[in-house]
Design a protein around this ligand. Structure first.
Ligand SMILES: [Zn+2]
Length: 311
């Protein structure tokens, strides 16, 4: 530990990674060397060679070849199957395979709702900061084509979640009203209001990515999400349709929640989606939901190991 940066290691049966924070800027990253074993370090592969079907997320293989929770189980809700991530970079890091179909042309709201319920079921109980995330297609950073979400719980919020929570609470103290209430008052019925009343979806005024759409939920933490999974999933399906009409197939999504044990000081959970416009369908992007939505990169190489690559 020094005055310039913090390093916190974390290890479990399934992997070792570090949280690092730059104390000058507050910027954070995660370093997960084991993730290199996903086989993503191949710079170029012949077209089609990555299309192994059935893949390990397909029904033929998922129940025998994916990891299980400590009690030996996986969580199934409808078609969705949730299990621990083989290459974690969070205290709790789970994968939810959304559909039985390997590469469905469309994903119905009901499938998305079931997957969200599976994520919530897997992520509750630790009391930490929860997010539900989705990299869709390799050009959005997915290492598997088969549609899947990733859920995380950590003792500290990611960089973006931390700012959103802290500043929502400061906004509430300063103005006496919740940020969500002020946003809805300003945006409902305006040019950025896409649809929805109880759970409105807005084009975000200061986008983090192409065609960013956000939905601010009326609840704060993951334990309160359950009654909202249906409406949220319907909205997500509509945003995905909107993206397809605009010519985008790849996207990232993150649903940011507060930690259950904290007092309610004005933050509300929100779900954000961005379209990815990289047309390289066979290439896997190295920026995914952590880089684009949480603003907290996950890298593979320890800075202390880089000198080893000098000639
Ligand atoms: Zn598959």
């Amino acid at each position: 530990m020094n005055k310039l940066f913090q390093v916190e290691g974390y290890g479990s049966d399934s992997g070792v990674f570090q949280y690092r924070r730059d104390l000058l800027t507050g910027l954070q990253c995660r370093i997960a060397p084991d993730r290199i074993h996903r086989g993503i370090d191949i710079p170029r592969r012949p077209e089609g060679s990555n299309d192994e079907v059935p893949c390990v997320f397909c029904p033929e293989r998922i129940y025998s070849e994916t990891p299980v929770f400590p009690d030996g189980s996986r969580i199934t809700v409808g078609e969705s199957v949730t299990f621990p991530n083989l290459y974690p970079f969070a205290h709790k890091h789970v994968v939810t395979v959304i559909t039985e179909a390997h590469d469905p042309a469309e994903i119905a709201a009901g499938r998305i709702e079931d997957a969200l319920r599976g994520q919530v079921a897997a992520l509750l109980g630790d009391g930490g900061y929860v997010s539900c995330n989705w990299n869709h297609l390799p050009s959005a950073g997915a290492s598997m084509l088969h549609p899947h979400m990733q859920g995380m719980v950590d003792a500290s919020p990611t960089f973006h979640a931390g700012i959103a929570i802290k500043q929502s609470e400061a906004f509430c103290r300063r103005t006496g009203s919740m940020y969500r209430a002020s946003l809805l008052e300003e945006e409902i019925g305006g040019p950025r209001h896409l649809f929805g009343d109880e759970l409105p979806f807005f084009a975000h005024a200061v986008p983090l990515g192409e065609k960013e759409v956000r939905a601010y939920l009326p609840v704060r933490c993951a334990g309160e999400l359950e009654p909202w999974c249906g409406l949220l999933a319907e909205g997500i399906e509509r945003v995905i349709s909107l993206y397809r009409r605009a010519g985008h197939y790849a996207f990232n999504m993150s649903l940011f929640c507060d930690a259950a044990g904290r007092p309610d000081a004005g933050f509300r959970a929100f779900c954000s989606l961005i379209a990815r416009i990289n047309p390289g369908v066979t290439a896997m992007s190295d920026s995914a939901f952590m880089e684009r939505m949480h603003l907290e990169p996950v890298v593979l190489t320890l800075p202390e190991d880089i000198a080893g690559y000098l000639p």
